[in-house]
Design a protein around this ligand. Sequence first.
Ligand code: NAD
Ligand code: GLY
Length: 360
Amino acid sequence: MISIDVNTASGGYPVYIGENLISSTVLWQRHLQRRPAFIVSNEVVAPHYLQHLLQALDGEPCGQLILPDGEQHKTTGIWRLIIDRLVQANATRDTVIIALGGGVIGDLAGFAASTYMRGIDVIQVPTTLLAQVDASVGGKTAVNHQAGKNLIGAFHQPTAVIADINTLNTLNEREYGAGLAEVVKYGAIRDAAFFDWLDNNAKLLGSRIPDAVLQAVKASVEHKAAVVAADEKEKGQRALLNFGHSFAHALETITRYQSLLHGEAVSIGMVAAARLSRQLGLCDQHAEKRLIRLLSGLGLPVAIPAEIDRQDIVSAMRLDKKNLDQVRRLILLRGIGDAFIAENIREADITTALKAPEAA
Ligand code: NAD
Ligand code: GLY
């Protein structure tokens, strides 16, 4: 088992990464310390892992709530349901919420933990690759508003993250691949050596060889931990983690979250950002080509679907609620492993990049 410390202004916590960690009674005893646990999971994850968790806990939880599956349930209504169930279970400030699931469960349970009695503890048990390498670490919690994703939320750091890589074996190919896009992101924005390692180990990672998965999750969490420690509330460099995401959000909005998984949209978005960087003379063709080769080698899409009008992407980027008060700010590359926050990017340049052919 690997343990990585996340140190933020509002508190520190360990991220454990390893095999069969959900069943580790020692870990649960260490972090619950006989306090009552309230489990939040969903109807897809619970049949696989709830029993393992219940067996490892020292005694019965004070409550459990198995939610319907899917992003469409990341709502204030479901947040309210979690709060109601906590009240029914007589949860106190001592109660610890255990979030067992992917990023949707982590965000929902984390937001409930941040609001119940002005904040109770939450332990994140991420079961998707995306949640292990990104969503469970760093304390962002949220539910969606009809006007936009994650518009209602809070920063609320967990007291521990238990990332059991064995859970990834039941993930389907597309969901696993979507997580790999976020892994590639860390190499692209801040670690050229890790990017090389990914290049060399893409086959092993694609086949989910435990050693390779462990190394990839470890390196990703180390990067996330370092960024969050330096900038917990996203006043500065945490924005680098949004590499490719402005394009991705636009693609997700246009396709109404129906055809692309978030990680798939991020994959296409990172390539678009690399292309724009190249067009602006910030980085050479080589960086864009390497990104395309690695992402497509991992089975991820890299091209904007032909049926999407490029101008619609620019319009959607302009209307992105999170960008409303900002100048046109994007995360761009100087090269692999070297991203920066670029200000005042002109819409015309974005349009040109979106219409340009791939690096030859
Ligand atoms: P998800 O939680 O919807 O999980 C994807 C699918 O996999 C779901 O159907 C889920 O039930 C299923 N699943 C989960 N674990 C499984 C397992 N081990 N075996 C089989 N199936 C399993 O999606 P996600 O990609 O994990 O997370 C996306 C969400 O995370 C979005 O809501 C996004 O906004 C949020 N997010 C949050 C942060 C953050 O910092 N808080 C960062 C990135 C993304
Ligand atoms: N997923 C981006 C962040 O946590 O800031």
